[in-house]
Design a protein around this ligand. Sequence first.
Ligand code: ZN
Ligand code: ZN
Length: 333
Amino acid sequence: MDISVWEAGSATASLQKVKRVLLEPGPDELVLEVLHCGLCHSDLSMIDNSWGISQYPLVPGHEVVGRVVSVGPGVDSAVIGQIRGLGWISGSCFRCHQCLEGTSNLCGSLEATIVGRQGGFASHVKAHQDWTVVLPEGLDPAVAGPLFCAGITVFAPLVDEQVSPMAHVAVVGIGGLGHLALQFARAWGCEVTALTTDGTKADEARRFGAHNVMLLEELPALLGRFDLIINTANQALDWPAVMGSLAPRGRLHQLGAVLQPIQVGAFDLISFRRSITGSPTSSPGSLRKMMEFCVRHDIKPQVEHLPLDQVNEAIERLHRGDVRYRFVLDQVA
Ligand SMILES: [Zn+2]
Ligand SMILES: [Zn+2]
């Protein structure tokens, strides 16, 4: 099958549209015809090789919504025609301890959609059937893409750790991840505080569900307040102030890929049994729960659409932080 992909030939290069042959789907794999694909900050990090794991030519895109058009051995052909989503992970071993326990996002041999594989800025993409999830009725395919990376990334700390609805949750950063974290935490039942450096986003943060909006510079004055801080920012913060704002047994959950070490003192952890955690996306089971939760609570990404042909413009604007709150690139026939 001939397909078209948008690929970066080398680090920091702009994407070029080229023809490629899509390999046949292997056992338990299926091929999606891409309808929509969100643009995530991790796509920029991979294009620029910021994490040192990129392989070129590189086809980014890991917030895919597409239609199943062909299936490999072992996949029921009845799934052809279904609309499914695909996120950061395209495959895992399904045999190791983590996979058998239902935490297959922690599998030691998982395959990331855009690491050594061809991602979703393309006419077609392939993945293991169990890492693609059928969109439930009531979820608009045109905006659902960002749920598969940004959405599940911020839903995981709530669902996988069974956070109490009585918790006071702070979300740092009101962007692609943060605007969804605010919606999830509010619908979960928590008291929600948005922490931002940009006061102009206060009204929108309240619309997304924040009870309170505060500037990050006010944090040092807040002591012992939050049970959970979901940090989506990828810049260094005033870490002692962040730890000091945690309640006894409070937890900082790190999601932003800040490249510098997180500097905290031992007594920040010891004194009130505080902790620091992090997580990479989540399991197919949690993906399904998230979509059910989104339909029930009318949670959706706020997106700006561009045709896939304008992917370089979207990349350039995301570099400048000029998007509210996520780009979705649409396949235009
Ligand atoms: Zn992502
Ligand atoms: Zn495994």
